[in-house]
Design a protein around this ligand. Structure first.
Ligand code: MN
Length: 293
């Protein structure tokens, strides 16, 4: 069975948080993986990063990392200086993740988030610039042995890679062994004709997988067709991690960036949030088990 995880921000309103607290919580709730916000790593001391990595090892939790690159680091920007800043920043993030023993880095790692509103012609030129930026970064991902997973997201968040097919065409053209794809059921629900076929299309290029409901509630509480997802992952022999990324509480920078404009948790306490996470974990594991048989 795939290792299953959760994004720490389910409980948090700010991207910066006490990561050790959430590592211990994830372990206690039965998760295998905790995903962290990579953008916080460069600002930490080396000792702090080590403390977090050590804590994860002790608790038996694998850490994965994600980010939507801020617009000042846009790897597809028309200004070469912005792209240069972006490449430097990504290399810094990769070096921090490597130092912490991380193997998986995902997100909008090919342009910026949120993406600008652009024309189709701009997109096609940005695609070339993004490929050129990633050619440079690809070498570093190989040196560090880190899967660099480009997240395919819906058009309202980014314009470059909206479907699994666009993602596959992009990574194929790049031709770098550690540059893979990250699919996310929340985004797939908006853009894909078929959840099952999208996963089939990604095939061996799928390096990481995010799950969440169509309205970002925890898996099992919305109308995502989970059987299609599990069947798809099984049919491509996906061995990677599955990380849920629910967002249901408004407030703070997380609420603003993710656009959480109502309390979808019904005022849940932290204990009730823990229960929601635990129920979603049981739900996903039971679906996987059912399809494996
Ligand atoms: Mn995601």
């Amino acid at each position: 069975m795939n290792k299953t995880g959760i994004y720490f921000a389910f409980w948090e309103r700010e991207w910066e948080a006490d990561y050790c607290y959430y590592i211990k919580k994830a372990a206690r709730l039965g998760f295998d993986v905790l995903e962290l916000a990579a953008g916080c790593l460069p600002e930490m001391t080396k000792d702090k990063r080590k403390e977090i990595a050590d804590c994860a090892r002790t608790e038996g939790i694998e850490l994965t990392y994600c980010i939507g690159l801020p617009p000042c680091y846009d790897l597809a920007h028309e200004d070469a200086e912005v792209r240069a800043q972006g490449k430097d920043y990504v290399k810094r993030l990769l070096s921090c993740i490597y130092e912490m023993g991380g193997k998986t880095f995902g997100g909008i790692l090919y342009s910026a988030w949120p993406g600008r509103t652009v024309t189709y012609d701009y997109k096609m030129q940005a695609r070339e610039r993004s490929l050129a930026s990633l050619k440079e970064i690809a070498k570093v991902t190989e040196d560090y042995d880190i899967d660099y997973c480009l997240e395919v997201v819906n058009r309202f968040e980014q314009y470059l890679l909206n479907t699994a097919q666009e993602g596959v065409d992009f990574v194929k053209e790049l031709g770098a062994p550690k540059v893979k794809l990250l699919l996310d059921s929340f985004h797939m629900n908006i853009e894909e004709d078929s959840l099952y076929e999208a996963i089939r299309t990604a095939g061996d290029y799928l390096g990481h997988f995010h799950i969440g409901e169509c309205n970002r509630k925890t898996p099992g509480l919305g109308r995502i067709d989970w059987d299609s997802i599990c069947r798809g992952l099984l049919s491509i022999g996906y061995q990677g991690k599955i990380v849920m990324e629910p967002f249901i509480k408004p407030g703070g920078q997380v609420g603003k960036d993710i656009k959480i404009y109502r309390d979808q948790s019904d005022g849940a306490t932290e204990e009730e949030m823990d229960m929601l996470a635990q129920n979603a974990l049981a739900f996903i594991r039971s679906r996987q088990k059912a399809w494996e048989q």
